[in-house]
Design a protein around this ligand. Structure first.
Ligand SMILES: Cc1cc2nc3c(=O)[nH]c(=O)nc-3n(C[C@H](O)[C@H](O)[C@H](O)COP(=O)(O)O)c2cc1C
Length: 184
């Protein structure tokens, strides 16, 4: 079983990445092969909306090709990110927009993919009912396009300082449990 974790925060080892690491540790403890991609460390140019991927390869030459291959191959995809201005941070959103070739495969080429599992971890400073609305909608749209069944989410409000999540051990346990709960 291949598990891909995408760390979406530009702040390394922050709250959302700590949750993702716990999830991946849980998966590894069950024998999964888990890979972590850190969005802000990858060279990914923004989608040009040129439509080239509708008929052929994307003209942008960067590291997105290998990420698309991982997204095609992995049976489990987990995305972790903070809320930024009610949405997702730019490096992760850029990666998501560049998933348009996968949209083309599904909707224009009719390629059928087996359903996989998708997990979403989201941290935010605010403690309000609408903190996660924007980021959740984007994650749902991505998971739908990638045929990732919405298998679990962890929304952690009221967290701002780097590593503050370490003082919420129940969230860390939940993340690890989600990762170790598969029947591999
Ligand atoms: C540019 C920026 C925008 C932010 N926007 C929001 C926001 O709209 N709502 C919110 O609840 N928190 C917001 N935050 C706070 C982060 O979501 C919060 O600190 C989160 O726990 C950081 O997670 P990380 O350590 O994984 O980066 C913002 C932080 C930054 C730096």
């Amino acid at each position: 079983m291949r598990v891909l974790g995408i760390a979406g925060s530009p702040r390394r080892e922050g709250n959302s990445e700590i949750l993702l690491d716990r999830f991946l540790e849980g998966a590894r403890s069950k024998g999964a092969s888990a890979i972590k991609v850190v969005a802000c460390e990858k060279k990914i140019f923004p989608c040009l909306g040129c439509g080239c991927c509708h008929a052929g390869p994307c003209p942008l030459k960067d590291e997105m090709g290998e990420i698309l291959d991982l997204l095609r191959q992995c049976e489990v995809v987990a995305i972790a990110a903070p809320v930024y201005f009610s949405g997702l941070p730019a490096p992760l959103k850029t990666l998501i927009d560049r998933c348009q070739p996968l949209w083309v495969e599904k909707y224009l080429q009719g390629r059928v993919r087996p359903e996989r599992k998708g997990y979403f971890f989201n941290t935010g400073a605010r403690n309000s009912p609408d903190t996660f609305i924007g980021s959740l909608e984007t994650a749902k749209a991505l998971f739908f396009t990638l045929d990732l069944a919405w298998s679990g989410k962890l929304l952690a409000p009221g967290l701002d300082g780097k590593g503050e999540i370490l003082s919420r051990p129940s969230l860390l346990e939940q993340a690890e449990k989600m990762g170790s709960n598969f029947d591999f």
